[in-house]
Ligand binder design. Sequence first.
Ligand SMILES: [Zn+2]
Length: 250
Amino acid sequence: MRLIPLEIGQIDMHMGAVTGDDETRRFPIPSWLIEHPQGLVLFDTGMHIDLQSSFDRIGAETAKTITPVFSPGEELTARLAERDIAPSDIDRIILSHLHFDHVGGNEEVPDARVIVQQSEWASAHDQRLIDYGVYNPADYDHGHEVEQVEGEHDVFGDGSVVCLPTPGHTRGHQSLRIELESGPVVLTGDCVYFESMLDQMQVPTIGGERSQDQQRDSMRYLASLRDDGCRLLYGHDLQQFNALPAEGMR
Ligand SMILES: [Zn+2]
């Protein structure tokens, strides 16, 4: 097996609701390519290609704190082509959650089966959340075959790629454990944006009290995996991401 980081653009994000700091930080937007003997998998798909020319498709609320930094040639299809992979070669898309910067590339990979937590799929079709701009069906309603899972899910039945529910950031957020030859790795998704957030247990103030409690529990869970020797790869950690080998990890 091999795990390869793909960068589908970047975003500038104001940190007020995350760390409480009045500053804007630049984040990578990853899509993770997993080569498994039974097929190619993506964990998250990055941003929609239209965001290279217009920010209209992200909600007004989101646009207050987030600005995409996204150029032609950085979209998912182009990143795959750099590795001689056609979109039709991708068998499965596993989604941490359905925010715009994690699911926007789905449209470019129409033949893959999407794997998502049932509660996340439900949230993403909650009209209230759509109206508020938290979710945009134009990012994920493209007629994919969708496998809605509940709780831990062993994707290939061999323990090598396992969905781990880590709710809080959203109701149905999940992380992904991958058993590489070099040891277990967990892709945290947005449960942890970057390492210092986990070290300092900075629970974002977005999403209300109940989800903050959930978020704290999920962060503690990932910290316990790290204590047990799992390598955590964070959702938006520029320093960590830039240090990853382009040829991937085995
Ligand atoms: Zn998110």
